[in-house]
Design a protein around this ligand. Structure first.
Ligand code: GSH
Length: 207
């Protein structure tokens, strides 16, 4: 199976961490998603990564669909539990982590999108997005409640999704410190980040 991705992409990191947890080898096709001619647009009309291409040539997106596909393969206890109420709780945390990222990615795009003058970059738009990020942190702190996992008593997709989001914030937006907002989540992440399957998916160091 081939995965269109970039190593810094937090959504791709969530997918790669799920694959690592389940012992699934992926053939990584690293692309610059903002360039054309790399095959992404042909596989995914939304022109986003991650996009998984299975051996039968089918393309799968977005990350939430891909993780479900991968969770049915490989070995080990499922990361998306079968039991309905638990599964919904896991997917709600995933939605929170992904939504936090959507807002944070918009901040980064607003700051960096080429061809704009500083005056054309909206501080109000960025503040609007930060309010979502900060709200998501308050909710993550509440949901974790000092426990070892976001849902239940073993690792699930919820933990991997949150960890991928936190890793990306540290990597790309370190000027917006999140740890004071969510000290319990910070303590949890310090331990979880050492988990081999997750640690193995870290983006390359910034030069
Ligand atoms: N909801 C999507 C989000 C994926 C996403 O936003 N990926 C970014 C890279 S981190 C991307 O491909 N951006 C390109 C674009 O927005 O055109 C998912 O979960 O896979």
């Amino acid at each position: 199976m081939k995965l269109f991705c970039s190593l810094p992409s937090p959504f791709a990191r969530k997918v790669r961490a799920v694959a690592a947890e389940r012992g699934i080898a992926l053939d990584l096709l690293e692309v610059d998603v903002f360039q054309t001619g790399n095959g992404v647009a042909e596989a995914n009309p939304l022109r986003k990564v991650p996009c998984l291409v299975t051996d039968d040539g089918e393309a799968w997106y977005d990350s939430r669909v891909i993780v479900e596909l991968l969770d049915g393969l490989g070995h080990g206890p499922p990361l998306i539990p079968d039991e309905r109420a638990t599964r919904l709780a896991v997917r709600r945390i995933e939605a929170l982590a992904d939504g936090l990222l959507d807002a944070a990615v918009l901040v980064r795009m607003e700051r960096l999108w080429p061809g704009r003058t500083p005056e054309q970059r909206s501080a109000a738009w960025q503040d609007w997005q930060w309010a979502k990020v900060d709200g998501a942190f308050a909710e993550l702190e509440r949901r974790l409640g000092g426990r070892g996992y976001f849902v239940g008593d073993r690792v699930t997709l919820a933990d991997l999704a949150v960890a991928a989001a936190l890793g990306w914030l540290d990597y790309r937006l370190p000027d917006h410190p999140w740890r004071p907002l969510a000290p319990g989540v910070a303590a949890w992440y310090a331990a979880f980040a050492e988990r081999p399957a997750f640690a193995s998916t870290a983006p390359p160091p910034l030069i």
